[in-house]
Design a binder for this molecule. Structure first.
Ligand code: GDP
Ligand code: IMO
Ligand code: MG
Length: 429
């Protein structure tokens, strides 16, 4: 048995795509277990940039098997576009992509509801990706969702779709004051056309994956979003609608928690956040601007500028606890190359009192004053450094500081977007 998971430890965009791509080389299976096309995972191969939203980042490795797990919400159109994109860049998809029949569908009304709900919230909006993620999970929890398996039975699908269209039209009209009507015929036939294009990939991934794990195949679980965006342990309500920490692996794949052997967290050397919600170490000054410019911090899915700030270790320590991390992979260390000094948040204060544990409400988190430790910068380029030993002394100190504070080791450091811009101290597989 060799199962390994990679999850974000902050608010997403930590560089999960790059790390999963590298780890995919030794994996037999790469598995997404939650979320949908709200994710934007960037992989750079030989200077060419690929942004993946639904397909696991392992898809760029020939022959590797990729799974969209039952915990996902899937927009078939987006899936078809991505499959076509991967085929266009010369990769085979047939025979190595498996889509869970239990995964829920994102349908056009989910996107309308996402937009309507955000509009009604006004200044308090979450700043969602508007992909319909929240409304699709709401239907799943409300037991009115439509799963891919439902498309096998045209009459059952028709009945569920009719009921949903009626419910959504009433909700949009009477709750959100949105005057919209959906064409049953159009949605029905478009969905069935889409299904025809993907049905060869649809199967019972729960059984498939359990057999793979029991056989001893190398299975890599790829988290999307991150721990602080997790619906249960994240900064609710400014979160996504799935368990995007390691807590979602089992429910999103049907693999018992007893069988997930190693869990690694990805941590960017500073912090970013897209969308609304409290962000204690956010910098709205030229330091934040410099982080954004050096890190190219613009959303991979929506193109929005990402909010930037210093590394929040107090928050990451919470992620280490929740995920019980076996190691932290630090990414984008090179972005800090230009700074004279680097601040790291090591504690939170509210009304002059030190906070003992990570706050559970957005109200408390928005009142936090970060307690910083200032470390010297290294002011040298790290991108082409090939070993931990060759890193500037101050960069090594920064990494040791992180390890000591978190009590978790750093086996891998990333110093650029390319595959070879990676320092591996200890192998993960
Ligand atoms: P993900 O959502 O966690 O997969 O991360 P994104 O792909 O949304 O954002 C990470 C961005 O940083 C991408 O543009 C990557 O190409 C880039 N990246 C990843 N690792 C590094 C690194 O070590 N240094 C730099 N400069 N860029 C990196
Ligand atoms: P990756 O996998 C960063 C954020 C949105 C919004 C909140 C809810 O690339 O790290 P949603 O559309 O999911 O209902 O939006 O979550 N968000 C992300 N932020 N990276 C992501 O994915 C994100 N996916 C969702 O900006 O604040
Ligand atoms: Mg991203």
């Amino acid at each position: 048995m060799a199962t390994l998971a990679v999850v974000g430890t902050q608010w997403g965009d930590e560089g999960k795509g790059k790390i999963v791509d590298i780890l995919s080389e030794k994996a037999d299976w790469i598995v997404r277990f939650q979320g949908g096309n709200n994710a934007g995972h960037t992989v750079v191969v030989d200077g060419t940039k690929y942004i993946l939203h639904l397909l696991p980042s392992g898809i760029l490795h020939d022959g590797k098997r990729c799974v969209l797990g039952n915990g996902m919400v899937i927009d078939l159109e987006s899936l078809i576009n991505e499959i076509e994109f991967i085929k266009r860049v010369g990769k085979e998809v047939d025979g190595r992509l498996f889509v869970s029949e239990r995964a829920h569908l994102i349908l056009p009304y989910h996107k309308e509801l996402d937009a309507a709900s955000e509009r009604l919230k006004g200044d308090g909006s979450i700043g969602t990706t508007l992909k319909g993620i929240g409304p699709a999970y709401r239907d799943k929890a409300g037991r009115v969702g439509i799963r891919i398996a439902d498309l096998r039975d045209e009459n059952a699908f028709k009945e569920k779709l009719r009921w949903n269209l009626r419910e959504k039209e009433l909700t949009l009209k009477h709750v959100y004051n949105y005057d919209v009507s959906f064409s049953f015929d159009e949605i029905y036939s478009q969905t069935m056309r889409n299904y025809e294009k993907v049905k060869a990939f649809v199967c019972d991934t729960v059984t498939l994956l359990n057999r793979a794990v029991d056989r001893g195949d190398n299975v890599l679980f790829e988290g999307a979003q991150a721990t602080l965006l997790d619906i249960d342990v994240g900064t609710y309500p400014f979160v996504t609608s799935s368990n995007s920490s390691a807590l979602g692996i089992s429910s999103g794949t049907g693999i018992s928690p007893k069988k997930v052997e190693k869990i690694y967290g990805i941590m960017k050397a500073y912090t970013t956040r897209v969308g609304g919600g409290p962000f204690p170490t956010e910098l709205k000054d030229n330091v934040g601007e410099l982080l954004r410019a050096r890190g190219h911090e613009y959303g991979s899915t929506t193109g929005r500028p990402r909010r930037c700030g210093w590394l929040d270790l107090f928050a990451v320590k919470f992620s280490c606890m929740v995920n019980d991390l076996d190691g932290i992979i630090v990414t984008k260390l090179d972005v800090l190359d230009a700074f004279d000094e680097i601040k790291v948040c090591v504690g939170y204060e509210i009304d002059g009192e030190i906070v003992e544990s990570f706050p559970s409400t957005a109200q408390e988190l928005s009142r936090v004053k970060p307690v910083y430790e200032t470390l010297p910068g290294w002011k040298r380029e790290t991108t082409h450094v090939k070993s931990f030993k060759e890193l500037p002394e101050e960069a090594k100190n920064f990494l040791r500081f992180v390890e000591d504070y978190l009590g978790v080791s750093i086996p891998v450091v990333s110093t650029g977007p390319q595959r070879d811009e990676t320092i591996v101290k200890d192998a993960l597989w």
